[in-house]
Design a protein around this ligand. Structure first.
Ligand SMILES: [Zn+2]
Length: 230
């Protein structure tokens, strides 16, 4: 599994980030979060900064504004950043676990063939964490992460009052913008219309999709994933 690619899909709040982290630790995989890569590129973006993909210019501040309102960024822009990162990781002989990407058919068309070429089709495992819409809304409106390491903090009775990360002691925060109720609705809609069809795309390429019940606790979900990918 060390030189494999594992792709985890699921609606917002299905626990993709947590499972990716667990798999990354278990198999020494690079945990690929498109949101991190986007945020890194936005962090120091100035008004005039652009990325050119296939002759078209994409302004970083415009992309950043799309991102902050819950919409998906321009697919060519995202696909470009993701492809560059995958090539670099492959050069370093790293296996990768993805959570939530490719996010669009466009991105999948650009990225899946690249993955197949670099890692081999048989070494790509796809997992779908299935949760109903009401679970998505409940989990997202209560989600917190730590400010230092972005550890996701599961919303439970026991830790409602907790203000600091139990691992590193940093403050727990809401993800600014991303987990507001209106933004969550946009993200669910985007997932259904733009990300969900990627599953069909993968099946059509002969890459099986492993369905996992995402409503269980993270430890149980992880156990079920391990059983299926061995
Ligand atoms: Zn932490």
């Amino acid at each position: 599994m060390e030189n494999n690619i594992i792709i985890i899909f699921g609606p917002p709040g299905s626990g993709k980030g947590t499972q990716a982290e667990l798999l990354a630790n278990t198999f020494n995989l690079y945990s690929f979060e498109t949101s991190k890569i986007l945020e890194e590129s936005f962090n120091n973006a100035k008004e005039e900064d652009c990325v050119v993909v296939d002759g078209k210019e994409f302004n970083l501040v415009n992309e950043s504004n799309l991102w902050k309102t819950g919409s998906l960024c321009s697919p060519p822009f995202v696909a470009h950043l993701v492809a560059e990162k995958i090539k670099n990781l492959h050069k370093d002989n790293r296996g990768i676990v993805f959570s939530g990407s490719p996010r669009t058919i466009y991105e999948a068309e650009k990225i899946i063939p690249l993955m197949e070429e670099l890692y081999g089709k048989d070494n790509i495992k796809v997992i779908f964490l299935d949760i109903p819409a009401e679970t998505t809304i409940y989990r997202n409106s209560n989600r917190r992460i730590c400010s230092l390491m972005r550890h996701p903090i599961l919303f439970l009775e026991e830790n409602k009052e907790m203000t600091r990360c139990p691992i590193d002691g940093s403050k727990l925060v809401k993800r600014e913008g991303l987990d507001d109720p209106e933004t969550i609705k946009v993200r669910i809609k985007e997932f259904g219309e733009r990300t969900f069809p990627v599953l069909e795309f993968l099946k059509n390429r002969g890459i099986p999709v492993i369905m996992i019940d995402g409503t269980k606790c993270p430890a149980e979900v992880f156990g079920n994933i391990m059983d299926k990918i061995k």
